[in-house]
Design a protein around this ligand. Structure first.
Ligand code: IVH
Length: 434
Protein backbone atom coordinates (compact mmCIF):
# COMPACT_ATOMS: atom_id res chain seq x y z
CA UNK A 1 0.00 0.00 0.00
CA UNK A 2 2.68 2.46 1.05
CA UNK A 3 4.65 1.66 -2.09
CA UNK A 4 1.67 2.19 -4.34
CA UNK A 5 1.01 5.60 -2.81
CA UNK A 6 4.61 6.70 -3.35
CA UNK A 7 4.44 5.84 -7.05
CA UNK A 8 1.11 7.44 -7.83
CA UNK A 9 2.13 11.15 -7.72
CA UNK A 10 5.07 10.45 -10.00
CA UNK A 11 2.85 8.72 -12.52
CA UNK A 12 0.30 11.51 -12.34
CA UNK A 13 3.03 14.13 -12.82
CA UNK A 14 4.26 12.30 -15.89
CA UNK A 15 0.77 12.08 -17.27
CA UNK A 16 0.09 15.76 -16.62
CA UNK A 17 3.36 16.75 -18.26
CA UNK A 18 2.59 14.72 -21.34
CA UNK A 19 -0.90 16.23 -21.63
CA UNK A 20 0.32 19.79 -21.10
CA UNK A 21 3.16 19.33 -23.60
CA UNK A 22 0.71 17.99 -26.14
CA UNK A 23 -1.68 20.89 -25.52
CA UNK A 24 1.19 23.39 -25.87
CA UNK A 25 2.30 21.80 -29.10
CA UNK A 26 -1.21 21.83 -30.54
CA UNK A 27 -1.79 25.42 -29.50
CA UNK A 28 1.56 27.05 -30.24
CA UNK A 29 3.01 24.97 -33.05
CA UNK A 30 0.04 23.52 -34.91
CA UNK A 31 -2.32 26.45 -34.15
CA UNK A 32 -4.96 23.79 -33.55
CA UNK A 33 -5.84 23.66 -29.84
CA UNK A 34 -7.96 20.76 -28.67
CA UNK A 35 -8.63 21.66 -25.06
CA UNK A 36 -10.07 24.84 -23.58
CA UNK A 37 -7.94 27.44 -21.80
CA UNK A 38 -9.65 26.53 -18.51
CA UNK A 39 -8.82 22.85 -18.90
CA UNK A 40 -5.28 23.77 -19.71
CA UNK A 41 -4.99 26.00 -16.64
CA UNK A 42 -6.48 23.24 -14.48
CA UNK A 43 -3.87 20.74 -15.68
CA UNK A 44 -1.06 23.21 -15.12
CA UNK A 45 -2.32 24.12 -11.65
CA UNK A 46 -2.58 20.46 -10.67
CA UNK A 47 0.99 19.87 -11.81
CA UNK A 48 2.26 22.96 -9.98
CA UNK A 49 0.55 21.78 -6.77
CA UNK A 50 1.91 18.30 -7.18
CA UNK A 51 5.45 19.55 -7.68
CA UNK A 52 5.11 21.87 -4.72
CA UNK A 53 4.07 18.94 -2.53
CA UNK A 54 6.72 16.65 -4.03
CA UNK A 55 9.69 18.84 -5.06
CA UNK A 56 11.62 15.71 -6.04
CA UNK A 57 9.15 15.29 -8.91
CA UNK A 58 10.09 18.59 -10.50
CA UNK A 59 12.16 18.12 -13.66
CA UNK A 60 13.94 20.78 -15.75
CA UNK A 61 11.71 19.93 -18.71
CA UNK A 62 8.49 20.22 -16.74
CA UNK A 63 6.05 22.70 -18.34
CA UNK A 64 5.85 24.42 -14.95
CA UNK A 65 9.39 25.68 -15.58
CA UNK A 66 8.05 27.92 -18.35
CA UNK A 67 6.31 30.11 -15.81
CA UNK A 68 9.67 31.67 -15.01
CA UNK A 69 11.52 30.65 -11.87
CA UNK A 70 13.92 32.62 -9.75
CA UNK A 71 15.88 35.48 -11.30
CA UNK A 72 19.19 34.60 -12.85
CA UNK A 73 22.22 36.58 -11.69
CA UNK A 74 23.97 37.71 -14.87
CA UNK A 75 24.65 35.24 -17.63
CA UNK A 76 27.39 32.63 -17.68
CA UNK A 77 29.19 32.03 -20.99
CA UNK A 78 27.68 29.60 -23.46
CA UNK A 79 30.31 27.86 -25.57
CA UNK A 80 29.12 26.70 -28.99
CA UNK A 81 30.30 23.21 -29.90
CA UNK A 82 30.26 24.30 -33.53
CA UNK A 83 30.65 27.99 -34.38
CA UNK A 84 27.51 29.97 -35.16
CA UNK A 85 28.39 31.57 -38.45
CA UNK A 86 27.14 34.88 -39.79
CA UNK A 87 26.23 35.51 -43.41
CA UNK A 88 27.63 37.53 -46.29
CA UNK A 89 25.18 39.91 -47.96
CA UNK A 90 23.86 40.40 -51.47
CA UNK A 91 21.93 43.53 -52.41
CA UNK A 92 20.99 42.90 -56.03
CA UNK A 93 20.54 40.27 -58.69
CA UNK A 94 24.13 40.59 -59.95
CA UNK A 95 25.47 39.72 -56.48
CA UNK A 96 23.24 36.65 -56.31
CA UNK A 97 24.48 35.52 -59.71
CA UNK A 98 28.08 36.06 -58.57
CA UNK A 99 27.39 33.98 -55.44
CA UNK A 100 25.99 31.16 -57.57
CA UNK A 101 28.91 31.34 -60.00
CA UNK A 102 31.36 31.00 -57.12
CA UNK A 103 29.44 28.03 -55.66
CA UNK A 104 29.44 26.25 -59.03
CA UNK A 105 33.12 26.96 -59.59
CA UNK A 106 34.25 25.76 -56.14
CA UNK A 107 31.96 22.72 -56.27
CA UNK A 108 32.97 22.01 -59.88
CA UNK A 109 29.29 21.77 -60.87
CA UNK A 110 28.40 22.33 -64.52
CA UNK A 111 24.63 22.64 -64.35
CA UNK A 112 22.30 24.33 -61.87
CA UNK A 113 22.76 24.20 -58.11
CA UNK A 114 19.63 23.65 -55.98
CA UNK A 115 19.02 26.07 -53.12
CA UNK A 116 16.65 26.50 -50.22
CA UNK A 117 15.22 30.00 -49.80
CA UNK A 118 14.14 31.08 -46.32
CA UNK A 119 12.72 34.34 -45.09
CA UNK A 120 15.29 36.24 -43.05
CA UNK A 121 13.47 36.95 -39.84
CA UNK A 122 14.63 39.97 -37.95
CA UNK A 123 15.16 38.72 -34.43
CA UNK A 124 17.88 37.17 -32.32
CA UNK A 125 19.75 33.98 -33.24
CA UNK A 126 20.02 31.36 -30.50
CA UNK A 127 21.31 27.81 -30.20
CA UNK A 128 19.48 25.14 -28.19
CA UNK A 129 21.13 21.98 -26.91
CA UNK A 130 19.09 18.80 -26.55
CA UNK A 131 20.54 15.69 -24.92
CA UNK A 132 18.50 12.49 -25.04
CA UNK A 133 15.62 14.60 -26.30
CA UNK A 134 15.65 17.10 -23.41
CA UNK A 135 16.46 20.79 -23.62
CA UNK A 136 19.59 21.07 -21.49
CA UNK A 137 20.95 24.50 -22.37
CA UNK A 138 20.57 27.43 -24.74
CA UNK A 139 22.61 30.46 -25.59
CA UNK A 140 22.88 33.53 -27.76
CA UNK A 141 25.25 33.75 -30.70
CA UNK A 142 27.69 36.19 -29.08
CA UNK A 143 30.87 36.31 -31.16
CA UNK A 144 29.98 33.02 -32.85
CA UNK A 145 32.08 30.81 -30.59
CA UNK A 146 30.86 31.99 -27.15
CA UNK A 147 27.54 33.60 -26.33
CA UNK A 148 25.52 34.02 -23.15
CA UNK A 149 23.77 31.16 -21.42
CA UNK A 150 20.13 32.27 -21.34
CA UNK A 151 18.59 28.83 -20.76
CA UNK A 152 16.10 29.94 -18.09
CA UNK A 153 14.74 32.67 -20.32
CA UNK A 154 14.54 30.44 -23.39
CA UNK A 155 12.47 27.96 -21.40
CA UNK A 156 9.72 30.57 -21.08
CA UNK A 157 9.19 30.63 -24.86
CA UNK A 158 6.35 28.27 -25.60
CA UNK A 159 7.39 27.43 -29.16
CA UNK A 160 10.70 26.07 -27.87
CA UNK A 161 10.06 22.42 -26.98
CA UNK A 162 11.40 21.39 -23.57
CA UNK A 163 11.50 17.82 -24.81
CA UNK A 164 11.60 16.69 -28.41
CA UNK A 165 8.80 14.71 -30.01
CA UNK A 166 9.61 11.31 -31.45
CA UNK A 167 9.74 11.76 -35.24
CA UNK A 168 7.64 9.32 -37.27
CA UNK A 169 10.79 7.84 -38.76
CA UNK A 170 13.37 6.65 -36.24
CA UNK A 171 14.39 7.70 -32.74
CA UNK A 172 14.91 11.14 -31.20
CA UNK A 173 18.53 12.28 -31.83
CA UNK A 174 20.85 11.42 -28.94
CA UNK A 175 22.18 14.92 -29.22
CA UNK A 176 21.24 17.92 -31.36
CA UNK A 177 22.01 21.65 -31.37
CA UNK A 178 19.04 23.42 -32.89
CA UNK A 179 19.50 26.95 -34.16
CA UNK A 180 16.93 29.51 -35.02
CA UNK A 181 15.51 32.92 -34.46
CA UNK A 182 13.71 34.27 -31.42
CA UNK A 183 11.41 37.08 -32.51
CA UNK A 184 8.29 39.00 -31.68
CA UNK A 185 5.22 39.07 -33.89
CA UNK A 186 4.14 42.54 -35.02
CA UNK A 187 0.74 41.99 -33.39
CA UNK A 188 2.32 40.99 -30.06
CA UNK A 189 4.63 43.98 -30.31
CA UNK A 190 1.70 46.35 -30.84
CA UNK A 191 -0.24 44.79 -27.97
CA UNK A 192 2.77 45.02 -25.67
CA UNK A 193 3.26 48.70 -26.54
CA UNK A 194 -0.43 49.46 -26.06
CA UNK A 195 -0.22 47.86 -22.59
CA UNK A 196 2.88 49.86 -21.81
CA UNK A 197 1.31 53.11 -22.94
CA UNK A 198 -1.77 52.40 -20.86
CA UNK A 199 0.34 52.17 -17.71
CA UNK A 200 2.52 55.12 -18.64
CA UNK A 201 5.66 53.17 -19.61
CA UNK A 202 7.79 54.12 -22.63
CA UNK A 203 7.10 52.30 -25.91
CA UNK A 204 9.57 49.75 -27.22
CA UNK A 205 11.29 50.91 -30.39
CA UNK A 206 10.90 47.83 -32.59
CA UNK A 207 10.18 44.09 -32.38
CA UNK A 208 13.80 43.10 -32.90
CA UNK A 209 15.20 45.08 -29.98
CA UNK A 210 12.29 44.02 -27.81
CA UNK A 211 13.05 40.35 -28.51
CA UNK A 212 16.79 40.79 -27.99
CA UNK A 213 16.17 42.68 -24.75
CA UNK A 214 13.61 40.10 -23.66
CA UNK A 215 16.09 37.25 -23.97
CA UNK A 216 18.62 39.13 -21.90
CA UNK A 217 16.26 39.92 -19.01
CA UNK A 218 17.61 38.93 -15.63
CA UNK A 219 14.12 38.06 -14.45
CA UNK A 220 12.64 35.25 -16.59
CA UNK A 221 9.15 36.51 -15.74
CA UNK A 222 9.97 39.62 -17.75
CA UNK A 223 10.99 37.43 -20.66
CA UNK A 224 7.75 35.47 -20.42
CA UNK A 225 5.73 38.72 -20.52
CA UNK A 226 7.06 39.67 -23.93
CA UNK A 227 5.43 36.60 -25.55
CA UNK A 228 8.22 35.84 -27.97
CA UNK A 229 8.30 33.03 -30.41
CA UNK A 230 10.83 30.87 -32.24
CA UNK A 231 11.50 29.49 -35.71
CA UNK A 232 14.13 26.76 -36.17
CA UNK A 233 16.26 26.84 -39.32
CA UNK A 234 19.61 25.13 -38.74
CA UNK A 235 21.50 22.58 -36.66
CA UNK A 236 24.97 22.62 -35.16
CA UNK A 237 26.07 19.24 -33.90
CA UNK A 238 23.73 16.34 -34.54
CA UNK A 239 24.06 12.73 -33.41
CA UNK A 240 21.41 10.59 -35.03
CA UNK A 241 21.52 7.36 -37.06
CA UNK A 242 20.14 8.84 -40.29
CA UNK A 243 20.96 12.55 -40.46
CA UNK A 244 19.21 14.70 -43.08
CA UNK A 245 20.98 15.08 -46.44
CA UNK A 246 19.52 18.35 -47.62
CA UNK A 247 18.46 21.64 -46.03
CA UNK A 248 14.86 20.86 -47.02
CA UNK A 249 15.09 17.49 -45.23
CA UNK A 250 16.67 19.22 -42.26
CA UNK A 251 13.73 21.62 -41.98
CA UNK A 252 11.31 18.67 -42.22
CA UNK A 253 13.31 16.86 -39.53
CA UNK A 254 13.14 19.89 -37.20
CA UNK A 255 9.42 20.09 -37.78
CA UNK A 256 8.95 16.41 -36.92
CA UNK A 257 10.87 16.97 -33.66
CA UNK A 258 8.28 19.56 -32.61
CA UNK A 259 9.76 22.87 -33.77
CA UNK A 260 8.04 25.53 -35.77
CA UNK A 261 9.77 26.03 -39.09
CA UNK A 262 8.80 28.83 -41.39
CA UNK A 263 6.09 27.67 -43.79
CA UNK A 264 7.35 29.92 -46.60
CA UNK A 265 10.74 28.20 -46.98
CA UNK A 266 11.08 26.82 -50.49
CA UNK A 267 13.53 24.44 -52.16
CA UNK A 268 14.28 25.64 -55.69
CA UNK A 269 16.28 24.03 -58.52
CA UNK A 270 18.36 27.03 -59.61
CA UNK A 271 19.55 30.57 -58.89
CA UNK A 272 16.93 31.92 -61.33
CA UNK A 273 14.20 30.56 -59.06
CA UNK A 274 16.00 32.09 -56.08
CA UNK A 275 15.75 35.49 -57.77
CA UNK A 276 12.04 34.95 -58.35
CA UNK A 277 11.54 34.05 -54.67
CA UNK A 278 13.43 37.17 -53.56
CA UNK A 279 11.40 39.45 -55.84
CA UNK A 280 8.17 37.85 -54.71
CA UNK A 281 8.88 38.41 -51.00
CA UNK A 282 10.23 41.92 -51.36
CA UNK A 283 6.68 42.80 -52.41
CA UNK A 284 4.82 40.47 -50.02
CA UNK A 285 6.80 41.10 -46.85
CA UNK A 286 4.18 43.42 -45.39
CA UNK A 287 1.59 40.66 -45.40
CA UNK A 288 3.50 38.85 -42.67
CA UNK A 289 2.90 39.25 -38.97
CA UNK A 290 6.65 39.44 -38.33
CA UNK A 291 9.43 41.57 -39.73
CA UNK A 292 11.83 40.17 -42.29
CA UNK A 293 14.81 42.05 -43.65
CA UNK A 294 15.67 39.73 -46.52
CA UNK A 295 15.96 36.15 -47.71
CA UNK A 296 18.57 33.59 -46.66
CA UNK A 297 19.74 31.38 -49.53
CA UNK A 298 21.42 28.07 -48.69
CA UNK A 299 22.91 25.38 -50.92
CA UNK A 300 20.38 22.59 -50.46
CA UNK A 301 22.78 19.62 -50.50
CA UNK A 302 24.40 19.35 -47.04
CA UNK A 303 27.37 17.35 -48.34
CA UNK A 304 28.03 20.13 -50.81
CA UNK A 305 27.74 22.67 -47.98
CA UNK A 306 30.46 20.79 -46.08
CA UNK A 307 32.66 20.69 -49.18
CA UNK A 308 32.30 24.44 -49.71
CA UNK A 309 33.10 25.25 -46.08
CA UNK A 310 33.51 28.81 -44.86
CA UNK A 311 35.91 31.68 -45.21
CA UNK A 312 36.29 33.58 -41.97
CA UNK A 313 32.89 33.90 -40.34
CA UNK A 314 30.83 33.56 -43.51
CA UNK A 315 29.90 30.24 -45.05
CA UNK A 316 30.56 29.91 -48.79
CA UNK A 317 27.32 27.92 -49.14
CA UNK A 318 24.88 30.56 -47.96
CA UNK A 319 24.16 34.24 -48.45
CA UNK A 320 21.66 36.78 -47.17
CA UNK A 321 19.81 38.86 -49.73
CA UNK A 322 19.00 42.12 -47.96
CA UNK A 323 15.89 44.08 -48.88
CA UNK A 324 16.17 47.80 -49.41
CA UNK A 325 16.27 49.75 -46.17
CA UNK A 326 13.00 50.90 -44.72
CA UNK A 327 14.75 53.62 -42.80
CA UNK A 328 15.91 57.05 -43.83
CA UNK A 329 17.15 60.29 -42.35
CA UNK A 330 15.43 63.54 -43.01
CA UNK A 331 14.72 66.89 -41.39
CA UNK A 332 11.87 67.37 -38.93
CA UNK A 333 10.33 70.63 -40.18
CA UNK A 334 7.46 70.95 -37.74
CA UNK A 335 5.14 69.12 -35.35
CA UNK A 336 1.42 69.49 -35.96
CA UNK A 337 -1.32 68.19 -33.69
CA UNK A 338 -4.46 66.43 -34.86
CA UNK A 339 -7.35 65.52 -32.60
CA UNK A 340 -8.79 62.00 -32.76
CA UNK A 341 -12.45 61.07 -32.51
CA UNK A 342 -12.10 60.38 -28.79
CA UNK A 343 -10.42 63.73 -28.20
CA UNK A 344 -6.87 62.38 -28.02
CA UNK A 345 -4.19 64.80 -29.22
CA UNK A 346 -1.85 63.16 -31.74
CA UNK A 347 1.42 64.90 -32.53
CA UNK A 348 2.54 64.31 -36.13
CA UNK A 349 5.87 65.03 -37.72
CA UNK A 350 6.08 67.20 -40.81
CA UNK A 351 9.16 65.99 -42.65
CA UNK A 352 11.27 67.10 -45.54
CA UNK A 353 10.04 64.54 -48.12
CA UNK A 354 12.28 61.47 -48.32
CA UNK A 355 12.23 58.18 -50.25
CA UNK A 356 11.84 55.08 -48.08
CA UNK A 357 11.66 51.69 -49.77
CA UNK A 358 10.05 53.09 -52.90
CA UNK A 359 7.54 55.61 -51.46
CA UNK A 360 7.84 59.26 -50.56
CA UNK A 361 7.33 59.96 -46.90
CA UNK A 362 6.55 63.47 -45.64
CA UNK A 363 4.53 62.70 -42.49
CA UNK A 364 5.17 60.36 -39.59
CA UNK A 365 3.71 59.68 -36.20
CA UNK A 366 5.28 60.87 -32.97
CA UNK A 367 2.75 59.01 -30.76
CA UNK A 368 2.52 61.38 -27.78
CA UNK A 369 4.32 63.89 -25.61
CA UNK A 370 6.15 61.23 -23.54
CA UNK A 371 7.47 59.58 -26.68
CA UNK A 372 8.80 62.89 -27.99
CA UNK A 373 10.43 63.68 -24.66
CA UNK A 374 11.81 60.16 -24.01
CA UNK A 375 13.44 60.15 -27.44
CA UNK A 376 14.53 63.79 -27.21
CA UNK A 377 12.99 64.76 -30.55
CA UNK A 378 13.05 68.48 -31.37
CA UNK A 379 11.88 70.57 -34.32
CA UNK A 380 14.77 71.22 -36.70
CA UNK A 381 16.52 67.92 -35.90
CA UNK A 382 17.68 65.47 -38.52
CA UNK A 383 15.67 62.41 -37.53
CA UNK A 384 15.58 58.72 -38.41
CA UNK A 385 12.25 57.62 -39.86
CA UNK A 386 11.17 54.04 -40.41
CA UNK A 387 8.35 52.73 -42.52
CA UNK A 388 7.32 49.18 -41.74
CA UNK A 389 4.73 48.04 -44.22
CA UNK A 390 1.26 49.44 -44.26
CA UNK A 391 1.57 51.12 -40.88
CA UNK A 392 2.14 54.87 -40.55
CA UNK A 393 5.84 55.82 -40.74
CA UNK A 394 7.36 56.57 -37.37
CA UNK A 395 10.08 58.95 -36.19
CA UNK A 396 12.57 56.83 -34.24
CA UNK A 397 14.72 59.60 -32.88
CA UNK A 398 17.13 62.41 -33.65
CA UNK A 399 20.60 62.02 -35.11
CA UNK A 400 22.17 63.89 -32.23
CA UNK A 401 25.56 64.47 -33.83
CA UNK A 402 23.77 66.48 -36.53
CA UNK A 403 21.82 68.69 -34.10
CA UNK A 404 22.47 72.40 -34.57
CA UNK A 405 22.55 74.52 -31.41
CA UNK A 406 20.07 73.78 -28.65
CA UNK A 407 16.53 73.82 -30.09
CA UNK A 408 13.76 74.08 -27.47
CA UNK A 409 12.02 70.95 -26.20
CA UNK A 410 8.57 70.39 -27.63
CA UNK A 411 5.42 70.67 -25.53
CA UNK A 412 1.87 69.95 -26.64
CA UNK A 413 -0.50 72.94 -26.85
CA UNK A 414 -2.53 73.60 -23.72
CA UNK A 415 -5.65 74.43 -25.72
CA UNK A 416 -7.22 72.15 -28.31
CA UNK A 417 -6.09 73.16 -31.83
CA UNK A 418 -9.55 72.28 -33.18
CA UNK A 419 -12.05 73.78 -30.73
CA UNK A 420 -9.98 75.92 -28.38
CA UNK A 421 -11.09 74.07 -25.23
CA UNK A 422 -8.61 73.25 -22.46
CA UNK A 423 -6.41 70.20 -22.90
CA UNK A 424 -6.41 67.64 -20.12
CA UNK A 425 -3.17 65.73 -19.57
CA UNK A 426 -3.37 63.75 -16.30
CA UNK A 427 -0.04 63.09 -14.57
CA UNK A 428 1.33 59.66 -15.47
CA UNK A 429 -0.89 59.16 -18.50
CA UNK A 430 0.67 59.13 -21.95
CA UNK A 431 -2.22 60.68 -23.85
CA UNK A 432 -3.50 64.24 -23.63
CA UNK A 433 -7.17 64.85 -24.37
CA UNK A 434 -9.34 67.72 -25.48
S1 IVH B 1 21.18 30.68 -41.21
C1 IVH B 1 25.38 29.94 -41.69
N1 IVH B 1 18.64 31.11 -41.66
O1 IVH B 1 20.42 36.13 -40.04
C2 IVH B 1 23.98 30.06 -41.34
N2 IVH B 1 19.87 32.79 -40.49
O2 IVH B 1 22.98 37.43 -40.99
C3 IVH B 1 23.70 31.26 -40.54
N3 IVH B 1 18.53 34.71 -39.78
O3 IVH B 1 22.58 35.40 -37.38
C4 IVH B 1 22.31 31.45 -40.13
N4 IVH B 1 16.61 33.99 -40.59
O4 IVH B 1 20.09 35.76 -36.87
C5 IVH B 1 19.77 31.61 -41.12
N5 IVH B 1 16.37 31.34 -42.07
C6 IVH B 1 17.50 31.82 -41.55
C7 IVH B 1 17.54 33.06 -40.88
C8 IVH B 1 18.77 33.52 -40.38
C9 IVH B 1 17.22 34.96 -39.93
C10 IVH B 1 19.50 35.61 -39.13
C11 IVH B 1 20.31 34.99 -38.02
C12 IVH B 1 21.73 35.13 -38.45
C13 IVH B 1 21.66 36.26 -39.41
C14 IVH B 1 22.78 36.20 -40.41
Amino acid sequence: MAVKRAIAPEKRAQELRARIDEANYRYHVLDDPQISDQDYDALLRELLDLELAHPELQTPDSPTQRVGGTPAGGFPPYVHTRPMLSLGNAFDEAELLAFDARVRKLAAVDGDVAYTCELKIDGLAVSLRYDQGKLTAGGTRGDGSTGEDVTTNLRTIKTIPLSLRAPGSGPVPRHIDVRGEVYLRKSDFERLNAEREARGAARFANPRNTAAGGIRQLDPKMTAERSMTFYAYAVGEIDTPRPPRTQAELLACLKSLGFRVNEHARAVPSIREVIRFVEEWEVKRDELDYEIDGVVIKVDDLALQAKLGSSGKDPRWAIAFKFRAREARTKLLDIVVSVGRTGVLNPNAVLEPVQIGGTTVSNATLHNQDYIRANDIRIGDVVTVIRAGDVIPRVVGPVLELRKGNPPEYTLPTVCPVCGADVDHPEGEPMARC
